[in-house]
Design a protein around this ligand. Structure first.
Ligand code: HEM
Length: 449
């Protein structure tokens, strides 16, 4: 007997929208999530569904993924800056690039970057050691660090002298992409002019990275060498490579840096958990720089990262557009519908997580992680479009956290209250001042501010 299909509910959400003051996009998503696993958003001309249900997400991202493509409306905000590329393309254009570079980012192929990553982290920490006693902004510092590492690992270029200027510009662009004031970028408003300047700086930097002065092979073979410009490349090939390269550097740097910042912030708020992480690092590393093999032994630190990505999934919301009519978990989805997937609310859905707002890394211990339902935890997405840089991102985070906590006290004012700013990534809403103090032997990285 055929299963009866129905239309997704929307009345409850309409009532809540009409009676509550919506503060921002994250608040809206929290309200939508409270209305059920699959709800229709009763606004706009197109049918729009908000999913807070692991089975529905499995349907869209895995089982019937070919019916759900990237949403051109959401892309329209990003593409003036980065053009079309892996993040935004669908169909053959997406498949071609994914096929071209996927292998280079497999775990076994990024192993050679490990010594280089530790070297770059150490360079940043040595710079901190020149500034002991002063404060740095953790948000800015983690962005700089990840940008430097990504530029070298992906393209083989040293950009350290430029990141100080680039990072605030990228942050402003991240804000601009989601602002209600986003206008056609051709109109010369002050924000548009800033935006164009940032685009030019990034384009110039990336073109330099794609035209390196000497062969890479002397020191490191970068992952995305196939985007490198060749003398006989046509203008259109060069533009495609430039755009693809920008997709990678932006997707990789912003997500990883944000996750790294939240992890350290949450540790500073949970001193007992911090002590456990430090004790593990001290035991496993025994005062030496970490190796890749040792990263695998830092089990508790890995649980802390997993739990941070549950509460603060960097890419906290993304969407798809349906090509054809479909049935999703017995609900009718008309062609051209938009489907919104929000890891932020999914990861706090009480159906899947007990005390969902509590920071509890034990959820991800060897035993408990087996009980997490499939696709109820998707910080890296799922299905064929799962994050291509997941292993690199996690590797950078583990090296950075272990080396920072090995060498520095995590001196963040315990009274500091940081909220989440829902941009394209879910960023801290303010600077996080970290007072630079080296750990002395026998000390456990905690002390007075
Ligand atoms: C903690 C770090 C990271 C997080 C949380 C993260 C998260 C994600 C998520 C959720 C998606 C899927 C988006 C969707 O389905 O629409 C994605 C895709 C992607 N990520 Fe990451 N990412 C991280 C690190 C990286 C790194 C280091 C790179 C660069 C090497 C990268 C490059 C990309 C690209 C190019 C895509 C598009 C893949 C495709 O559509 O085929 N990401 N990422």
């Amino acid at each position: 007997m055929a299963t009866k299909t129905r239309k997704a509910p929307w009345m409850k959400l309409l009532f809540k929208i009409a009676t509550k003051k919506i503060q921002n996009r994250r608040h809206f998503c929290t309200i939508a999530a409270s209305c059920g696993g699959i709800v229709r958003i009763p606004l706009g001309f197109r049918s729009t569904f908000f999913l807070n249900d692991a089975d529905a997400i499995t349907h869209v991202l895995v089982q019937n993924e070919s019916n759900y493509v990237k949403n051109s409306h959401s892309n329209a905000r990003l593409e003036p800056f980065i053009g079309p590329g892996l993040l935004t393309n669908s169909g053959e254009a997406w498949r071609q690039t994914r096929h071209e570079v996927q292998r280079e980012l497999y775990y076994k192929n990024i192993i050679p970057y490990a010594p280089f990553i530790t070297k770059t982290v150490q360079k940043h920490l040595d710079d901190w050691k020149q500034r002991l006693g002063s404060h740095v902004d953790l948000v800015h510092e983690m962005s700089k660090l990840v940008f430097d590492i990504s530029a070298m690992a992906l393209f083989g270029g040293d950009v350290q002298s430029m990141t100080h200027d680039i990072i605030p510009r990228l942050h402003a662009s991240n804000k601009y992409f989601v602002s209600g004031l986003f206008l056609k970028t051709g109109i010369p408003t002050p924000k548009n002019l800033q935006f164009r300047k940032t685009k030019k700086i990034i384009d110039d930097l990336m073109n330099d990275l794609l035209n390196p002065p000497q062969p890479y092979d002397n020191y490191l073979t970068p992952a995305l060498r196939s985007f490198r410009h060749q003398p006989d490349d046509s203008e259109s090939v060069r533009l495609r490579h430039l755009n693809e390269a920008k997709h990678f550097i932006l997707a990789g740097h912003e997500t990883t840096a944000t996750a790294l910042t939240w992890t350290l912030y949450l540790l500073s708020k949970n001193p007992d958990i911090l002590q456990r992480v430090i004790a593990e690092i001290d035991t496993v590393l025994n005062g030496q720089a970490p190796t890749l093999e040792q990263l695998d032994q830092l089990e508790f630190m890995t649980m802390v990262i997993d739990e941070t990505l549950r509460l603060y999934p960097s890419l906290w919301i993304f969407d798809r557009a349906a090509i054809n009519d479909d049935i999703m978990c017995n609900y009718q989805v008309p062609a051209k519908s938009i489907v919104i997937i929000c890891p932020y609310t999914l990861h706090r859905n009480p159906k899947y997580w007990s005390n969902p707002n509590q920071f509890d890394p034990e959820r991800f211990n060897k035993n408990n992680r087996n009980y997490v339902p499939k696709n109820a935890y998707i910080p890296f997405g799922s299905g064929p479009r799962v994050c291509i840089g997941k292993h690199l991102g996690l590797m950078i985070m583990k090296f950075a956290i272990s080396m920072i906590l090995q060498q520095f006290e995590l001196k963040i004012d315990p009274k500091l209250d940081v909220a989440q700013e829902p941009l394209i990534t879910i960023k801290p809403d303010k600077a996080i001042p970290l007072k630079l103090k080296e750990r002395s032997q026998g000390k456990q990285g905690r002390g007075q501010i």
